[in-house]
Structures are given as structure tokens and as C-alpha cells.
Ligand binder design. Structure first.
Ligand code: GAP
Length: 472
């Protein structure tokens, strides 16, 4: 990968994420479970902020897009019609010494060979065979691999299947958008939308990834934020360009640094796509896919018309014309965006002679907007006043935190490390030791570590202006 980024390392981010309660490995006390993660108390707040901002951008800011929350389980025929039961696979080989599985296209890419997603199993197998001597098992170093075989990524379940052999599987959805396609008619018939219009959805998706890796980047259970936009065939490419620009602007509005973003067009298209571009982010291992913006043509609705036997055409009242809408989509993973935000925000500087780590989150996505604390926790009068300020503020701004652990310097460091934009301290001046400062507090800024005094009555609006309204 080009432009490899060195700092922060992925290990630094994983360790901070665990230490501070952003992300825990799933089932950790049982030795973990590959490709699955749990979001901790701060992680769930950050995640909610990212999802809320996506929803605002993709639904509330638009008159032409509505929301949906479709089920994870669907009639298995949907996955046959969509092509997933047949085509949604990755090529795999297994190390004959230690049984570690490799994803063959990624292993070939790692030695600079582009494996075409459209290649047949035989073609990719031949390509792998031709380069066996250059590919070593990442676990034991052996070059002795099994033959290549295609592994379907759909996760099967026995929901509704009472045959002992399990031969009528249902699937956990492999992408959220199929729930949108099969509800396209319902939305059309129940709301005033007219083409062009979009349907947006946030929800879990599941894939039996051969080698889940890079923390939240490639998991087996993850969340997608997808918007499917239904257009007249002749407008597909114009709308596709507009959507790409809209999504790029959304990334910048979130606060990601432009230098860490770039576009990449797919050379090799997956089975449903007509054209595909990725927004890539400079992850610690280099630029890699953050979100995809795809032109899917009439593939999806045509397949579901065939599969269900139900017509999914659109009737254009103005012209009396009927057509199958074409679809363009934006599809991003919550986990990938979450990881990009952590990496983007990570900073180290030197403060009072000591190295300090802080997360320079854009305030609107920071999981905690402000920390409130009494200067000393063994002074009841300070604690009482601080509690009063905290309780009043929490009604207005729920994402605030009480912290009276350790000395004030330690508390500031802890808040810096979780990216809290403001720390508010109640001291003796708040109580009127200097009468002119009565009912004022110190407000410390995370990025500059400077403190100013503001009135208690101004705290809420100061934090609102500084956090909730910024950027988005
Ligand atoms: N509906 C189109 C679709 O699902 P995709 O490129 O397979 O396209 C879209 O996935 C996005 O979903 C990716 O850009 C990525 O952000 C996220 N994603 C896909 N697979 C993932 C995985 N195994 N773990 C985490 N995120 C994933």
C-alpha cells in the first residue's frame, strides 16, 4: 500500500480503546471470538454520535430520502435472487502445516498481484499456484497451502429450519440494502416519495470473513449505514456523481482531515456493480476502503422481480412511462468510520515537560462533551456546588461526566485521552472566596490546555456552541 501511515500504530489505538472503555474484544474472559467486538461505555456514545450525524446528513437534511429499519432475517429466497448464495464468496487456501486460512486475493495483493474479482475459481487458483513460492503463511511461515476454494460469506442459521440435516438454512443478512430493495414498493405506496428518492438504513450485517483483521476494519459482525437512491435510468450517472460529492463533503463535515482521505475507483467490479468508487482513509497500515459509493444499475430490482414474481416497476405519472429504477448507493461501515475517527483524532504533545496523549475529536462527535469536577473531593462545600452544576447541566447536555477521582491534573489527562473538549472545575472562587468571581468556574480547553473563567449561567450555551453545533 502506498503512503503508509506510521503513527499512531494500530496497536496504540487498540490499547487506548480498551484501556478507556471504547472497544473490548468480544467474549474476552473466554479467550475471545474472532472478528467480533463489543463497544464499551464511551464507544457506544461515540458510535451513537456518528450514527446520528449520518442520519442527519442522509435523512433529516434531505427532502428526498426517508428512513427504514428492516429485519436481519429475511426470506432465504431474497439471497438467492440477489446472487449472494452463489456469488458472494472469497477465495480461500489453508496452510497445510498450521491450518491458518488465508484469503487468496489479499495474499496475492500483498505481493503486488491484482486478483480480479470477476475471475473464476479456476483462474484464481491458477494464479495462486503460479505464485505459491512467494506466499508464506503469516502464522508459521510455511509455503505449503491447500488448493484454493471459494467460501461463501453468508452466515447461515437454523431459524425456522426444523429439518435434522439443516438443509433449509436462513441467513443473517450479508448487507443491509437487500431489506431496502424488498421494501421499495412498500415505501413508494405508503409515502409521498417520487423518483428520484432514497431509502436510508443503519443496521447490523454479518459475513463469514475468512480472516477478520485490523481490529474493527474487517469483522464478522458489523454495522452498515447504507442509502439506496432510486433514479430513472438516464439519470443514473449524473446522480451518481452528485452522491459521490455529497458523501465526500459529509466526511469532511464530520471533521476527518482531508489529507487522510482519497478516492479510488474499482478496477474489478463485484457481481452487482456497474461502477464503484471507494472513499479511502489513511489507516495505520495505509490507505484502505472506508466507504463505497456504487452504481448498481437495474440489477437489484430486476433480480427481485424475477425472484418474487412481483413487478417492481415505477410508473411515472407525468409521462405515463413505466421503468425499472436504477439504484446508486452509499455504503459505509460504522466500525470503519469509528476506527478512522480514533486514528484521525490521536495526538501526542508535551505539556509541562511530560508527554500527553489526547484525542482531538471534533466536539460534535466527542463521546463526552464536558467533565465536571470539584477541585478537591474532600471539601463537602465544593462537592455540593459541583454536583449542583453537574445535575443542572446534565438535563441540557446528557453527554457529560462527573469525575472526582485522583488529583485534578490526573483527571485532565484522563479526559484528554478520551477526547473531552471541556473540563469544568468548581473551586473556592466559585463559592465566593474572591467575591468578584462568585458563581464562576474554570473552563479548560482540551487542545490548548488553557483555562478561562466563565459564569455558571453561561456554561450550557458555551458548551452547546462549542460542541453540538460545530461542523454539522
Ligand atoms: N451494499 C453494498 C455493500 O455492502 P461492501 O463494499 O461489501 O458493499 C460496504 O460493504 C461497506 O461496509 C464497506 O465500505 C465497509 O465500510 C463496510 N464493511 C464491509 N465488510 C465489512 C467487514 N467485514 N467489517 C467491517 N465493515 C465492513
Amino acid at each position: 500500500m502506498s503512503d503508509v501511515r506510521k503513527e499512531p500504530s494500530l496497536e496504540t489505538i487498540i490499547s487506548l480503546a480498551k484501556r478507556r472503555g471504547f472497544v473490548f474484544p468480544s467474549s474476552e474472559i473466554y479467550g475471545g471470538f474472532a472478528g467480533v467486538y463489543d463497544y464499551g461505555p464511551l464507544g457506544v456514545e461515540l458510535e451513537n454520535n456518528l450514527k446520528a450525524q449520518w442520519w442527519k446528513k442522509m435523512v433529516y437534511d434531505r427532502d428526498d430520502i426517508v428512513g427504514l429499519d428492516s429485519s436481519i432475517f429475511m426470506n432465504p429466497r431474497i439471497w438467492e435472487a440477489s446472487g449472494h448464495t452463489k456469488n458472494f464468496s472469497d477465495p480461500m487456501a489453508q496452510c497445510n502445516v498450521c491450518n491458518t486460512r488465508v484469503r487468496v486475493d489479499k495474499a496475492l495483493q500483498a505481493i503486488g498481484i491484482d486478483a480480479d474479482e470477476k475471475m473464476s475459481e479456476e483462474e484464481i487458483s491458477n494464479l495462486f499456484d503460479a505464485h505459491r513460492s512467494e506466499i508464506a503463511c503469516e502464522h508459521c511461515g510455511s509455503k505449503d497451502f491447500s488448493a484454493v476454494r471459494a467460501v461463501n460469506l453468508l452466515v447461515q442459521s437454523n431459524l425456522g429450519d426444523f429439518t435434522e440435516q439443516g438443509n433449509s438454512p436462513s441467513y443473517l443478512r450479508g448487507e443491509t440494502c437487500q431489506g431496502i430493495y424488498v421494501n421499495y414498493k412498500n415505501v413508494l405506496d405508503s409515502t409521498p416519495v417520487k423518483i428520484p428518492f432514497g431509502i436510508a438504513q443503519i443496521g447490523k450485517a454479518f459475513r463469514n470473513e475468512i480472516s477478520p483483521r485490523q481490529f474493527l476494519f474487517r469483522g464478522r459482525e458489523f454495522e452498515q449505514m447504507e442509502m439506496q437512491y432510486f433514479v430513472a435510468p438516464e439519470d443514473e450517472m449524473t446522480e451518481y456523481k452528485k452522491l459521490r460529492e455529497y458523501r465526500w463533503d459529509a466526511m469532511l463535515a464530520l471533521g476527518l482531515q482531508e489529507k487522510n482521505l482519497r478516492w479510488k475507483q474499482h478496477k474489478n467490479l463485484v457481481f452487482y456493480a456497474k461502477d464503484a468508487w471507494d472513499i479511502e482513509y489513511a489507516f495505520p497500515w495505509g490507505f484502505d476502503e472506508l466507504e463505497g459509493v456504487h452504481a448498481r444499475g437495474d440489477y437489484d430490482l430486476t433480480q427481485h422481480t424475477k425472484g418474487s414474481g412481483k413487478p417492481l416497476e415505477y410508473f411515472e405519472q407525468e409521462t405515463g412511462r413505466r421503468f425499472t429504477p436504477h439504484i446508486i448507493e452509499s455504503s459505509g461501515g460504522v466500525g470503519r468510520l469509528f476506527l478512522a475517527m480514533l486514528v484521525d483524532a490521536y495526538r501526542e504533545d508535551v505539556l509541562n515537560g511530560e508527554t500527553r496523549v489526547y484525542l482531538a475529536f471534533p466536539p460534535s462527535i466527542a463521546p463526552v462533551k464536558a467533565m465536571i469536577s470539584p477541585l478537591l473531593k474532600n471539601k463537602p462545600e465544593l462537592v455540593e456546588k459541583a454536583r449542583e452544576v453537574y445535575t443542572a447541566l446534565k438535563k441540557d447536555i446528557p453527554q457529560i461526566m462527573w469525575d472526582d477521582n485522583g488529583n485534578i491534573g490526573k483527571r485532565y489527562r484522563r479526559q484528554d485521552e478520551i477526547g473531552t473538549p471541556f473540563c469544568i472545575t468548581i473551586d473556592f472562587d466559585t463559592l465566593g472566596e474572591k467575591p468578584e468571581l462568585k458563581d464562576t468556574v474554570t473552563l479548560r480547553d482540551r487542545d490548548t490546555a488553557t483555562q478561562t473563567r466563565i459564569s455558571i449561567s453561561d456554561i450550557s450555551s458555551r458548551i452547546r456552541v462549542g460542541t453540538l453545533n460545530k461542523g454539522i
